[in-house]
Ligand binder design. Structure first.
Ligand SMILES: [Zn+2]
Length: 208
């Protein structure tokens, strides 16, 4: 709990200085010592990693990053993404999602990421069109931890009395920062997570 509060205290002063703040935030969130600011976003921490899999059937990411924290929110697993998608995650998490949390009297302290880069077809089906996950454009979120200590999951709390409405608001709030947002309402593949991606669709955002 102290660690969480320390992280947010650091965030308040983050605009003041650069690398040193990233270091302090990393320590407050108990992240590995080698993480630093990524994608030119001072309070997004992670690692710049080697290009992934160029040439393997359309899969791969140029200049990928591995994301450990967005603002004061720690990611329980660290997705490999392109910067465009990492920045969308940062923007949604620190603005719209925290706004929803605030409306519900809590702060999001952790997000349970269950997928980032993966060279596969849509919905894990062989032969299906390549998933946005295969290009570093997508991240899946299965749950959240709040400042009051509560841990919620998409599967367990989507229709729950205490957090059901909030889960739906979190889902809806991602529409805009991300061009495609899928969840339990879309199909059985997404009953336990939110799929968020930054693919371009000429017809505009697709959220359900
Ligand atoms: Zn997904």
């Amino acid at each position: 709990m102290h660690r969480v509060l320390a992280a947010f205290a650091v965030l308040l002063s983050l605009s003041a200085c650069g690398d040193r703040s990233a270091e302090i935030l990393a320590r407050a969130l108990n992240l590995p010592a080698d993480v630093s600011s990524i994608c030119d976003m001072p309070d997004m921490l992670g690692l710049e990693i080697d290009d992934i899999g160029k040439g393997s059937g359309g899969c791969g990411i140029s200049d990928p990053v591995k994301v450990y924290a967005v603002g004061g929110i720690k990611l329980a697993a660290q997705p490999r993404l392109n910067c465009r998608t990492a920045l969308a995650l940062h923007s949604w998490a620190t603005n719209e999602a925290q706004e929803v949390a605030k409306d519900n009297g809590v702060v999001i302290t952790e997000m349970r990421v269950v997928a980032g880069y993966a060279c596969r077809g849509r919905n894990n089906r062989r032969g299906a069109r390549l998933s946005e996950h295969a290009k570093g454009n997508a991240v899946d979120i299965a749950g959240f931890t709040f400042s009051n200590g509560d841990r919620v999951t998409v599967l367990g709390n989507w229709n729950g009395r205490k957090y059901g409405r909030m889960m739906k608001a979190l889902h809806a709030s991602a529409c805009g920062p991300f061009g495609t947002v899928l969840g339990p309402k879309s199909d059985a593949f997404h009953r336990d997570h939110f799929h968020l991606d930054t693919a371009d669709y000429r017809s505009g955002a697709y959220c359900r």
